[in-house]
Structures are given as structure tokens and as C-alpha cells.
Design a binder for this molecule. Structure first.
Ligand code: UDP
Length: 399
């Protein structure tokens, strides 16, 4: 299984990974997040967990269960941490968070593991179960550099019980964090059905099935239906572009179990675009991997206009498919796109519209940026590098 990656990385890299993982023989690792489907965290765990096992590191994945009320609170918490402001946390919400955490205590066995990775704030409270000798890692996928102070106080109660935390970027680390902190970028898997090569025929058929004309330029954003992904901004930019270019827009998304806002955003987008035949707002099941792959491969230009972004795997996914990507100058998007080389970083609707027009007008540019984009992902954002980082951190904290 691991050897299948040799076409993407060097043989030495794979050998090194095996040597590293041998040291972890007998170590038991657990990952806990709050959804099996939807969003980048689940996406990575679906690949990471089997690959860790293939390396001989016994790894399990368990999902923390909540209901709509719980996830409405954790989404609010997420926004408060990410944006630094928002509606105040109420004491009954804290009580409810603790109640659901306690219910998960009973369901999720953490005792039999040496290392426990807790992803994001939703399951964070489980750390109260930590046993002596165990190492617990808080794996944060969001930007907490300037959080709302009350939201941070709430989080800190749990954070200090962890041994280490991991962020995507140094800029995301809040200055008040006292436990050891590491930086690890997320990654994409070139062997995932979402990223494998597809025939031109399959790409054409998929676009046609959803009503998109494969012969006409089309702009794509793939994201959960979330206000922070700013699909409304993409729509406004598209309306500017269309005054000059005959083109189409696809806003491809899905709902995540732990994000109750999705339906509302989806409906708003449908209402705004119901009389526009060139705009496709598509709500796909979260496991529509080949379809997303085909959209990304078929797109003329891929955009990611997030207002805030943890990492934005979709950016690397599109770059891997040799697409020029225009993304907001925020969070992990800044780490992926090299402005003017693999795509563009933008700061406004008008900026996005201008860059889309520029790329629609210049096929040579699109191809060249696509080429450099793929190279960048190959060197920085593939899953083998990510596996290596995880093996290294596990061996470091256990010694
Ligand atoms: N995704 C998908 N279908 C959709 C929307 C998103 O498969 O309709 C996938 C997308 O390809 C990516 C992940 O979900 O792999 C989203 O990760 P990202 O880091 O971009 O954003 P997040 O949702 O974690 O904020």
C-alpha cells in the first residue's frame, strides 16, 4: 500500500518512513474528531488511518457524537475562535457541551491507547479521561491567532491538560498557549478517488450530467456551504466577470454532520441564483469523490474565496490537477498559492473578478500556473510527508 506512492515521492522517502515507523511498533494511536463525512478533517483521516496501520502503527479512529444543539454551539465556538468576535457564549451552552462530552466519555474508549489525537474543539473535553503515561495531542485545524477572549478561556480549561498541540501554521498559534506547539501542514492523497487521473470522457460526462456545458469556460468553488467560505462573494465576482465573458459558475458543496449552518446557506444561494442558467449550486453527497475530481479537472479556473481558512484542502486538490487557483489572502490558502506563480491571492470581490478575467483571457498562463501548482503540492502537501510528520511527533513525545 505504502509502496504505491513511489511514483509520487522518492524511494528513499518511503524507506525513511518505514525506518521511522519501525520505532513505533507496538504503539497504539487513536484519532477522535466529530464527523465521518464532510470537511477536510474527515477527508484526511479516511486516508491517514489506514496508511498508519499499513506502516505498522496500530491506529484507530473514533467519532465524537453530538446533536444539532451541540454542533450549533461548537460552530459558534469555531466562529468565535476563527473570527475573534460573535455572539456571546451562554452558560447553558457550556453545561450542554459538558453533558454531551460526558455521554461520549462512556462511548469512546480512550484507555487502551498510548497517543490520542483530538481534532478541533468539538471533542476537546474528552481530555478529562487522560490517564497517566498517555500522551494527548490537540490537533487544531483553525486559525486561533486572535480569538474571542471568552471562547479562548473556555478552550484553555481543556487545552492545558494536553501534552502538545499542533497547528497548520505558526501564524495560527495564540500567544497565550503554554504547552509545546508544533506546526504540521495538512495534505492530500494522490491515490484518493478524488485525486486520481480521470479520462476526459468521464470529466465531460460528469459536467454534462449536472447541466454544465463542457465546451464553455467554467469557474469552480468546492466548499461546504459555510458563510466563511464566502460563496456569496464568488457569486458577486462572477456577475462582474460575466459582463465581459460568456462563462459558467459552479458552487459545489455538501453538508457536514457537524455543521448545522449548511442548509440555510445552501437555500440562500439557490434563491439568489434560481433565474440564472449559468450558475450551478450543487449539493452533492459528501462521498461524491469522483464527481468532485471531475469538476476540479474540468474547471477552467478554480477559486477559493474564504473569509477565514484553516488550510483549504480544496486549493491543493485543484493545484494537483494543474489548475490555476485564485484564493483569498487568508490562512492556509496563503501557504499554498504562490502569488503570480501558481495562481493569485486576492483581497476583495473586485480583485477576484479581475484575476478571473485575466486567467480566462490567457490559456498559456493558466497552463503554466497549473504546472507550477502541481509541483508545489508534490513537494509540500502530499500525504507521505504528513505521515512522516505524524510518526516523528509520536516518537518524539513518547521519548
Ligand atoms: N468536499 C467534498 N465535497 C464537497 C465539498 C467539499 O468532497 O461538496 C471536500 C473537499 O474536496 C476537501 C474537503 O471536503 O477535500 C474540504 O476541506 P477544506 O480543507 O477545503 O475545508 P473544510 O471543509 O475542512 O473547512
Amino acid at each position: 500500500m505504502i509502496e504505491e506512492y513511489i511514483p509520487f515521492v522518492s524511494e528513499e522517502t518511503i524507506e525513511e518512513l518505514f525506518i521511522l515507523s519501525k520505532k513505533l511498533n507496538g504503539v497504539k494511536v487513536l484519532h477522535v474528531n466529530s464527523t465521518y463525512k464532510g470537511g477536510g478533517v474527515a477527508e484526511i483521516l479516511h486516508r491517514m488511518v489506514p496508511l498508519m496501520n499499513a506502516l505498522g502503527v496500530k491506529t484507530d479512529w473514533k467519532v465524537f457524537k453530538g446533536d444539532k444543539k451541540f454542533f450549533s454551539f461548537t460552530k459558534k465556538l469555531h466562529n468565535l475562535l476563527h473570527l475573534g468576535y460573535g455572539e456571546k457564549i451562554r452558560s447553558e451552552e457550556i453545561v450542554y457541551y459538558l453533558k454531551i462530552t460526558y455521554e461520549n466519555f462512556k462511548e469512546i474508549d480512550t484507555e487502551n491507547y498510548d497517543v490520542v489525537f483530538i481534532h478541533d474543539p468539538q471533542p476537546m473535553g474528552l481530555v478529562i479521561k487522560k490517564l497517566p503515561g498517555q500522551k494527548w495531542i490537540w490537533r487544531c485545524h483553525i486559525d486561533t491567532s486572535s480569538p474571542d477572549p471568552n471562547a479562548w478561556n473556555f478552550l484553555e480549561n481543556f487545552l492545558n491538560a494536553y501534552d502538545v498541540c499542533i497547528f497548520h501554521m505558526p501564524e495560527f498559534v495564540y500567544e497565550r498557549i503554554e504547552i509545546p506547539t508544533y506546526i504540521i501542514s495538512p495534505s492530500i492523497d494522490p491515490l484518493h478517488p478524488k485525486n486520481i487521473e480521470l479520462s476526459q470522457e468521464e470529466i465531460f460526462q460528469t459536467l454534462t450530467k449536472f447541466g454544465i456545458d463542457p465546451e464553455k469556460p467554467f469557474i469552480l468553488q468546492v466548499s461546504r456551504f459555510d458563510r466563511l467560505k464566502d460563496p456569496f462573494g464568488v457569486l458577486s465576482a462572477f456577475r462582474i466577470v460575466r459582463k465581459k465573458y460568456d462563462c459558467q459558475l459552479a458552487l459545489v458543496g455538501s453538508f457536514a454532520e457537524d455543521d448545522p449552518e449548511g442548509e440555510e446557506v445552501y437555500k440562500e444561494l439557490l434563491n439568489l441564483t434560481s433565474d440564472d442558467k449559468e450558475v450551478f449550486v450543487l449539493n452533492l453527497p459528501p462521498d461524491s469523490y469522483r464527481e468532485v475530481n471531475a469538476f476540479q479537472r474540468g474547471a477552467t479556473v478554480v477559486v477559493q474565496k474564504s473569509l477565514k481558512e484553516g488550510f483549504g484542502l480544496v486549493v491543493s486538490e485543484a493545484m494537483w490537477k494543474e489548475k490555476p487557483v485564485i484564493g483569498s489572502n487568508v490562512g492556509g490558502i496563503k501557504r499554498q498559492i504562490i502569488h503570480g506563480i501558481t495562481g493569485y491571492l486576492i483581497n476583495s470581490v473586485e480583485g477576484l473578478a479581475m484575476r478571473i478575467k485575466q486567467l480566462l483571457a490567457n490559456e498559456y498562463f493558466r497552463k503554466e500556473m497549473g504546472y507550477y501548482g502541481k509541483e508545489r503540492v508534490k513537494h509540500r502537501f502530499l500525504i507521505i510527508r504528513h505521515l512522516r510528520d505524524y510518526c516523528l511527533i509520536i516518537s518524539r513525545i513518547l521519548n
